[in-house]
Write a protein that binds this ligand. Structure first.
Ligand code: AMP
Ligand code: ZN
Length: 494
């Protein structure tokens, strides 16, 4: 059985099959770069990243395109407020977004910027006008006449039969039940960024941007289009209307929407004080791997309630996996193999695959790997794990990590980067003692730690437990976790 995905267009689960064999062309709506990305944004971007990684693991070549919305109503307003150009304003947030995405383990898609495709967008509007689908108003704006696209509403399942022909809306985001002709192109207003084009001076609407850039990069029909659930209407409905009325062909085959994230049971909002950017959490001392793990712990179409308790549990889960891997890699095992352990790795890989095939059920995939760790730890503790058993288990861990990307112990350098940014951006007061402590733990070089560990071993061999404890105390104070087992002493950074 292969991958099955829920398709918002058909409202049911469907067998995933790309239009061209073994090659997936997908487009995800990217960020509007007017502020730092919040954890809701990253829930959606990580859901798309999981999809991309799983398609690759399943043997598809993936062409994944994402737009950067670097001109829109909010950006223009904020840039004017700060007295800078649109480009100066967005450059800072685009850079921050790319850093954050890398920090949280998102593989970078092909990026396309709205402001670099203005000419193509104007030409697209000109073609729609020629077909009688777009019309110009007296001020030089252009609107899409939705009466010309009878299927309008097919994605959001809204019934717009009673709509008033010619009623218009000129903002990018509007009420959920509004069937109105929407702005394709906005005429210039004094002080706003605008471009000279074949249809006159102005700037593109947000919806137009995604239609033009996705088809340019992926063709008139492609496999999958993704975003958060808030984009179903009007954004994606409008993209479909623009694209299909121009080409007469189906636009995207699969529509993939991630459910909105809640924080402590509520919709995230600045006024409720439960609004967190990724950087806010890192400044509080939370590791990117814990955040990524938590954001994937509930399947993308289910409600995920972000809590700080959940985040702490996620950190423990990641730690458990990393410890298990280091036990496997550094332990010494008796020769031979254990049938149960031989089967366990393979079984776990199959269970993870079955879970992800089922509309990317990440929770089940995580449950499968934890079941493996639980059983293998029992075997390890009782000396039942043999030298030939390790590779199968490591292979299951690696398959897991190709998708979840949390096993590499590289949180501290990423967090240090956020600390540097906070200093440069005048946010020192937001840096928590937890983050400072954690970063201090990363300062002792490995070689020095190894030396202290061998001193501990020597002290213990000489039954000088006081000395061993005092070295351990030093290491703990420097943020190094030391674990003493029957035959060995292992260490890890916090
Ligand atoms: P924006 O930068 O606002 O254009 O949003 C970027 C992406 O984040 C879009 O796919 C949105 O649908 C998604 N998004 C925004 N808020 C949330 C949230 N609270 N939970 C999940 N996804 C969100
Ligand atoms: Zn879009």
């Amino acid at each position: 059985m292969g991958l099955r995905l829920y398709n918002t267009m058909s409202s049911r689960m469907e067998e995933f099959a790309p239009l061209v064999d073994r090659e997936v062309r997908m487009y995800a709506c990217g960020p509007t770069v007017y502020d730092y990305g919040h954890i809701g944004n990253f829930r959606t971007f990580i859901a798309v990243d999981i999809l991309r990684r799983y398609l690759k693991q399943s043997g598809y070549a993936v062409k994944h395109v994402m737009n950067i919305t670097d001109v829109d109503d909010k950006i223009i307003r904020n840039a004017a407020r700060d007295g800078v150009t649109v480009q100066q304003y967005t450059a800072k947030y685009e850079k921050a977004f790319l850093e954050d995405a890398a920090m949280i383990g998102i593989e970078q898609p092909t990026l396309v910027r709205a402001t670099e495709h203005i000419r193509q967008m104007a030409e697209f509007v000109a073609k729609l006008e020629k077909k009688g689908i777009a019309y110009r108003t007296d001020d030089g704006s252009y609107y899409f006449r939705i009466a010309k696209f009878p299927q309008y509403g097919k994605l959001s399942k809204k019934d717009f039969s009673g709509m008033v022909d010619g009623a218009r809306v000129d903002v990018d985001e509007y009420e959920k039940d509004s069937a109105r002709d929407f702005a394709l192109w906005k005429s210039p207003k004094p002080g706003e960024a605008s471009w000279e084009t074949v249809i006159g001076r102005g700037r593109p609407g947000w919806h137009l941007e995604c239609s033009v850039m996705s088809m340019q990069e992926l063709g008139e029909s492609f496999d999958l289009h993704a975003g958060g659930e808030d984009l179903v209407f009007p954004h994606h409905e409008n993209e479909i209307a623009q694209s299909e009325s121009l080409t007469g062909k189906p636009f995207a085959h699969f529509w993939f929407h991630a459910r909105f994230l809640l924080v402590e049971g509520e919709k995230m909002s600045k006024s409720l004080g439960n609004f967190f950017t990724l950087r806010d959490l890192v400044l509080k001392g939370h590791k990117p791997s814990s955040i990524r793990y938590l954001l994937t712990s509930v399947p993308y179409r289910n409600q995920l309630n972000f809590t700080f308790d959940g985040l702490r549990q996620a950190a423990v889960s990641v730690e458990r996996l990393r410890n298990f891997r280091s036990r496997l890699e550094t332990g010494k095992f008796a020769d031979g193999s254990n049938d149960e352990m031989q089967a366990l790795g393979k079984e776990t890989e199959e269970r993870m695959r079955a879970a992800l095939d089922d509309d990317l059920n990440t929770a089940q995939a995580q449950a499968a790997i934890f079941e493996m760790v639980r059983r293998a730890n029992i075997a390890l503790d009782s000396g039942q794990l043999r030298s030939n058993d390790g590779p199968g288990l490591v292979s299951a861990l690696n398959s897991f990590d190709e998708i979840f990307a949390v096993l590499k112990d590289d949180d501290l350098p990423k967090m240090r980067h956020v600390l540097d940014w906070a200093k440069a951006d005048g946010r020192e007061e937001q840096v928590s003692p937890e983050l400072r402590d954690l970063l201090r733990s990363g300062q002792l070089p490995d070689a020095e730690i190894e030396r202290k560990i061998s001193d501990m071993k020597a002290a213990r061999a000489a039954r000088n437990f006081q000395l061993s404890d005092s070295i351990r105390g030093e290491l703990t104070a420097a943020g190094i976790l030391v674990e003493i087992t029957k035959n060995d002493i292992r260490w890890r950074r916090k």
